[in-house]
Design a protein around this ligand. Structure first.
Ligand SMILES: [Zn+2]
Length: 278
């Protein structure tokens, strides 16, 4: 396991890009072979919007990487952070590390994005997608990228995670973003039991239902256990799912990159069921 962490610490960025591209290709093939929904949309046009936002995300993350390295070096030099309090066996270090990074760096910020008005205004872009597929995974506003970067830094400071662990976490996280958004049909006997520990495709899809209370539930990224601990899960029959967000259902509002980038600066719209009403 030590070798695993060492591998992720030293893996060249070309290999990381290869992971990303082959992951995308695998999920695109699975979507074609076994789709969850037969969605009537222009997949290429849809992908163009989401991949443009993904590209912006990757550029911000590239800049963020140098900040992450600085923070990792700071905590390793000072031996600060929860994981450095005691010498853990490597498998426990990995397990606690992944759980805590996932909690602070993903669950907590995602939950806040649904509870704090100005954060919701940047996060809503992710929810405007009326056709959730593998490309929806990184459909984020640049403002949200900065928020998530801030919480990744916070997670590293709290845990004192090593560079290998952070890179390992980020690789699994990217895999889950693709897996849980992909328009793939997973047998219930497999999805259901796994969903008590991990975020599965069906578990996450409920978060993309177009109205409350489902929008404000199932916040998990890798581990669903955080949603069970904080009682933020919700159930919905997959067949009843309707993607998007009730406040931005018009085609010209969720299918034009310029409008998506401007949404946080437009007049606030209250979802049905109320959220941040004056
Ligand atoms: Zn969300």
């Amino acid at each position: 396991m030590q070798e695993l962490l060492f591998y992720f610490e030293t893996v060249p960025s070309s290999v990381r890009s290869l992971f990303l591209i082959s992951g995308l290709a695998i999920f695109l093939s699975l979507e074609a072979l076994s789709p969850l929904f037969q969605m009537n949309y222009n997949k290429l046009k849809h992908a163009k919007i989401n991949l443009t936002l993904t590209l912006i995300t990757l550029i911000i993350n590239l800049i963020g990487a140098s900040l992450i390295i600085k923070v990792v070096n700071y905590s390793s030099q000072n031996r600060s952070g929860l994981l450095n309090l005691i010498d853990l066996p490597i498998w426990l270090y990995l397990l606690f590390g992944l759980l805590l990074l996932d909690f602070i760096g993903a669950w907590l910020i995602h939950w806040l994005e649904h509870k704090v008005k100005w954060m919701w205004r940047v996060h809503v872009i992710h929810h405007t997608d009326p056709n959730v597929d593998v490309t929806s995974g990184l459909r984020h506003h640049p403002g949200e990228n900065l928020l998530r970067l801030t919480f990744t830094v916070l997670a590293i400071l709290v845990t004192g995670a090593s560079l290998g662990l952070v890179m390992f976490y980020q690789t699994i996280s990217a895999f889950f973003a693709a897996l849980t958004h992909a328009n793939i049909s997973v047998p219930k006997w497999l999805d259901k039991p796994l969903s008590f520990i991990f975020v599965t495709p069906d578990f996450h899809k409920i978060h993309h239902h177009y109205i409350l209370p489902h929008t404000d539930s199932n916040y998990g990224n890798i581990f669903s256990i955080w949603d069970y601990i904080f009682s933020t899960t919700s159930k919905l029959e997959i067949i009843k799912l309707k993607y998007g967000i009730d406040t931005y259902m018009k085609n010209e509002e969720h299918s034009k990159i310029k409008n998506l980038l401007l949404i946080p600066f437009q007049e606030y719209r209250t979802p049905v069921g109320g959220k941040f009403e004056e």
